[in-house]
Design a protein around this ligand. Structure first.
Ligand code: HEM
Length: 288
């Protein structure tokens, strides 16, 4: 019996288009026509560099969407007690950040500062500061800042998504829950109020984590998972570093379109961490 593949190959060979009008094609599967219609310039006539600016932001947002999808699966795997599978999905997140997100920001350096000024004023008051998916990633990882919701008051869908993330357990919560399930004496959640009790709970976590980091092979699945969380933190920090450097190169110390002081504000975010205890433990490790 001749397979469909064989028939298609013969048609190709004879120069006949093998696909019927209803067949799935690359373009309609991926909705390429629709995607290409989504770059709407604010400048008029459209500035040559504005499509670059739009496409780079849109691609970031598509990757952010996938990262949230992978974090959700990681959470499901952790809820089922499957640490190795959770680690697998977090590795994908690290790879996306490391191979794409940290570096692609530099494509914007091919835009001259004077060319950016050609359309920058049209973007006011929009800003990356209002990327709700970026905030969702921060919230889902463990860096919840409820005050950020106020900036999304006019976007009910984004607001609802962010509120959902704010109410849900984070990757950090799931990690501490796993530690508890494995018999470690750590607090599941800590009230981050700077109180003595809060500091004590963090010290206790670091004390327990130290056991894992002193003897990684004994607790290998926890160790591996913890390192993928540190990867995420490191990659977000690297992205911030690359972003602020590119921002300084293009707009110097001008104010941001979102209303912040710009580079000064962005520099103040460089030391933010989603998993501070996983960083702190390194100071405590000693030669066995
Ligand atoms: C010419 C290129 C860019 C410039 C000049 C720029 C500038 C800025 C500035 C000044 C801020 C601070 C908030 C404000 O006042 O607006 C900011 C924040 C931000 N930008 Fe950009 N940006 C650029 C490209 C990008 C790209 C490609 C992304 C990709 C998603 C991005 C994502 C963000 C995010 C997520 C924040 C919030 C950071 C935080 O609050 O921790 N930016 N940007």
């Amino acid at each position: 019996m001749t397979s469909e593949m064989d028939t298609d190959a013969k048609k190709h060979h004879l120069g006949i288009c093998p696909y019927g009008s209803g067949a799935l094609s690359y373009n309609n599967y991926l909705k390429i026509k629709e995607i290409k219609e989504l770059q709407v310039c604010q400048s008029n006539p459209a500035h040559h560099d504005e499509p670059l600016f739009i496409i780079i932001h849109q691609t970031y947002e598509l990757w952010f969407k996938l990262i949230l999808h992978e974090i959700d699966e990681t959470m499901r795997q952790l809820a089922a007690g499957n640490a190795p599978r959770a680690t697998w999905f977090m590795r994908r997140v690290s790879t996306i950040f490391r191979e794409v997100l940290v570096n692609q920001i530099h494509i914007l350096e091919t835009m001259m500062p004077v060319d950016f000024l050609g359309f920058r004023s049209k973007l006011n008051p929009a800003s990356g500061f209002q990327s709700s998916q970026f905030r969702e990633i921060e919230f889902a990882a463990g860096m919840k800042e409820a005050r950020l919701l106020q900036f999304f008051a006019n976007e009910p869908e984004a607001l609802a998504q962010m509120q959902k993330r704010l109410d849900e357990p984070t990757l950090a919560d799931a990690f501490w829950k796993l530690m508890i399930d494995r018999g470690f004496d750590v607090a599941h959640q800590i009230e981050e109020d700077g109180s003595e009790a809060c500091q004590k709970a963090h010290s206790q976590r670091v004390k327990e984590l130290r056991k894992v980091y002193q003897e990684p092979e004994k607790y290998y699945d926890i160790y591996e998972l913890a390192e993928t969380l540190v990867d995420l933190d490191e990659n977000i920090a690297l992205w911030r570093m690359h972003h602020v450097t590119v921002v300084e190169r293009i707009i110097g110390f001008k104010q941001g379109t979102g209303g912040s002081e710009g580079v000064g504000y962005l520099r103040s975010t460089l030391t933010k961490r989603c998993f501070p205890d996983l960083w702190h433990v390194r100071t405590m490790i000693e030669l066995p």
